[in-house]
Ligand binder design. Sequence first.
Ligand code: CP
Length: 330
Amino acid sequence: MNTQLFQKDFISTQDWSVDDLTTMLEVALRLKADFAMGVPQDLILRAKTLYMLFFEESTRTRNSFETGITQLGGHGVYLTPKATQIGHGENARDTGIVLSSYGNAIAVRDCRTDIGQKYLYEMAQHAQVPIYSMQDDVDHPCQAMADLMTLVELFGWNLRGRKFVISWTYAPKYVRPLSVPQSLVMLMPRFGMDVTLAYPKGYHMMPNVMETAYKNAEIAGVKLEETNDMDAAFEDADFLYPKSWGPIMVTEDEPEVEAMAAQHADWRVTQKRMDLAKKHAVYMHCMPIDRGHEADDEVIDGPQSIIYKQAENRLHVQKALMALTMGGRW
Ligand code: CP
């Protein structure tokens, strides 16, 4: 266990070693067990403040971070550009320096393409406290860690040889960022899983992310494959993570996005498709799900679905992240 994580930023899982990430999971599992037993945790981050800056909306991320810091004895402050001078153009540097002179960590959600993650790293360069990504245009590290924690709980620590499938699914309107599939394709090979990424033409990831993912797979000695065939991807899978994302590398123009997506309305998760996978295969999703389009309700609400466990574990991995980087050693 590496406990030397005090003051460390968490903008991408790539910035943390496998040992560091394993520590986060171990602490998360411990905090979750203690929480279930009613063990008080409010001395861990007593009187510490987390600023949570959201450029976009959130249900899970905002509430799990805010609840988490409260349970650890601290306080969360919800910020938006409109509620701050960011809306009038104050930059990441000035915002980061000022907020870090008051509190103990700053978490940011900024999914603006080609802006979001750069904003976070810019803030991290100047702020005196840890900076966390609550999702950006490139990565959603807390989501990916909650997903990994859920698999560890259900299947154990040894995930080597398991087939993890990330698949595009149809959703008619909302242009979702690439950050969830990208966070998964970079992280899961590092924990021994063979990863298959399935998407229709035009829905590919950022080239530098795939370069990182292939490098991670090579180092870990696992397979990473891309396909345009959803059924072939599902065959013999252990873990299925089908979700929609936008054709960000091609266009973000809404009418074009809608027209492109409409050609692939058959990229939907049905029980028949689930049956192509192994018997014990699980259905995963970061939520929100576009019900009626991405997957049938019988799958979403069926016995193979672990979506609510994933959402629940957001609380515990983020508490572990905060405890290790805001608390810990002085
Ligand atoms: N999965 C996730 O990040 O959900 P929210 O957008 O509701 O935070």
